[in-house]
Write a protein that binds this ligand. Structure first.
Ligand code: ADP
Ligand code: MG
Length: 233
């Protein structure tokens, strides 16, 4: 599903170029569940934004579902993004004036889908994250965990094959983090490909494969140890 070949990313500030990704090669198959780890500043978010077609690399090749997306223009990239990818952020990024249901249905408004179908689909994904009873609440009436579940439902509403989550539990306490991870487990079980960033080993151990980034290169890439899985399952 994901094929990265020597991906490089530099940020340019005036005359200076700062290279953040220094040749990242990585393959992720359909229905894998991968945790991306690494110290702060190692380039995890930069890589996730490229994976999510929110940004393009300055070098190398990214093939997503057989399509070379590394040199696509913004419009084509947005199309790929809307069809294929659901993105979850550390900050929940919900619109404060909209209810949970309306927040979840928003991507479908942009896709031009009728109100009736939007409601049905939004309620369906809210049910997947066990939040139907909160569908008419606004973000300020929801806890952090509930807000993140709304954000996950919103990421799922287009039925994307690939779910990307950048530190989705970064703002949550331990118990709530495990509830959120159990939802990602469900999403993976239903056949989605899941890639998530975390700096917590306990969280990463919910995945099946751990890729570690350091200073813009992959330092290690191995299956999650079964022992550590057993602790939290
Ligand atoms: P991580 O998510 O692993 O903490 P990031 O990918 O966010 O790391 O950032 C890696 C490095 O790139 C950091 O040093 C950060 O300051 C720098 N960086 C990130 N985004 C930009 C940007 N838009 N412009 C300039 N530098 C950036
Ligand atoms: Mg980051």
């Amino acid at each position: 599903m994901i094929h990265l070949e020597e991906i490089r990313k530099s940020y340019f500030m005036g005359k200076n170029a700062l290279e953040i990704l220094k040749g990242v090669s990585l393959d992720i198959h359909k229905n894998e569940y991968v945790a991306l780890m690494g110290p702060s500043g190692s380039g995890k978010s930069t890589l996730m934004n490229i994976l999510g077609c929110l940004d393009t690399p300055t070098g190398g090749k990214y093939v997503l579902n057989g399509q070379d997306v590394s040199k696509m223009d913004d419009n084509s990239l947005a199309e790929v993004r809307n069809k294929t990818i659901g993105f979850v952020f550390q900050q929940f990024n919900l619109l404060p004036r909209l209810t949970a249901l309306e927040n979840v249905a928003l991507p479908l408004v942009y896709a031009g889908i009728s109100k009736k179908i939007r409601q049905e689909k939004a309620l369906h994904v809210l049910d997947m994250v066990n939040l139907t009873q909160r569908s008419h609440h606004k973000p300020n009436e929801l806890s952090g965990g509930q807000s993140q579940r709304v954000a996950i439902a919103r990421a799922l509403v287009n039925d994307p094959a690939l779910i990307l989550a950048d530190e989705p539990t970064g703002n949550l306490d331990t118990k709530t983090s495990y509830e959120i991870m159990s939802i990602f487990g469900d999403i993976h079980s239903r056949g989605n490909t899941v890639v998530l960033v975390t700096h917590e080993e306990d969280i990463a151990n919910h995945s099946k494969r751990i890729v570690r980034l350091r200073d813009g290169i992959i330092e290690s890439d191995r299956p999650t140890e079964r022992m550590s899985n057993a602790v939290h399952s």
